[in-house]
Design a protein around this ligand. Structure first.
Ligand code: HEM
Length: 118
């Protein structure tokens, strides 16, 4: 399930940048379509994450923190796209996104399931 989880968030990240690119080139319809597909990926990320949580016998605080930061990353992706579409400022959201993303990678690879090179 870790592979499905990694695939889901990696593809979500790719779609996120595609959506930003489409917005920049003025393709509003394409932007909205990619945004919709991205929302399906949010569900897949959460579903694979929860699936892994159910396979663990004792869920430590670190797992709860990892999941919360994961949800924080998803919230930032969604908010950045919404505010970009409305031509509003996104700088504080971008800072939160970078911090949360680095933290979730650190916690994810540090926790025992799947790869652990940290
Ligand atoms: C965009 C958001 C997210 C990113 C970038 C992300 C990233 C990662 C990474 C890099 C790993 C390590 C995989 C491995 O060791 O092979 C991981 C594992 C995990 N993630 Fe996420 N994740 C996200 C969202 C979530 C959410 C929302 C949840 C919970 C609902 C969640 C729950 C978990 C769990 C339980 C693990 C297993 C931890 C372990 O290695 O023991 N993740 N995630």
């Amino acid at each position: 399930m870790t592979h499905a989880h990694i695939t889901a968030w990696f593809l979500a990240l790719v779609l996120f940048f595609i959506a930003l690119g489409l917005h920049k080139s003025g393709k509003a319809k394409g932007f909205r379509v990619v945004q919709m597909i991205l929302r399906v990926f949010y569900i897949l990320i959460v579903a694979t994450g929860v699936w892994m949580l159910t396979s663990i016998s004792t869920i430590s605080l670190l797992y709860i923190l990892k999941s919360a930061v994961g949800l924080w990353v998803i919230a930032m992706l969604e908010l950045i796209l919404i505010r970009t579409a409305k031509q509003q400022r996104t700088s504080t959201l971008w800072i939160q996104f970078v911090v949360a993303f680095l933290l979730v990678l650190y916690l994810g690879f540090k926790l025992p399931l799947g790869f652990h090179f940290l």
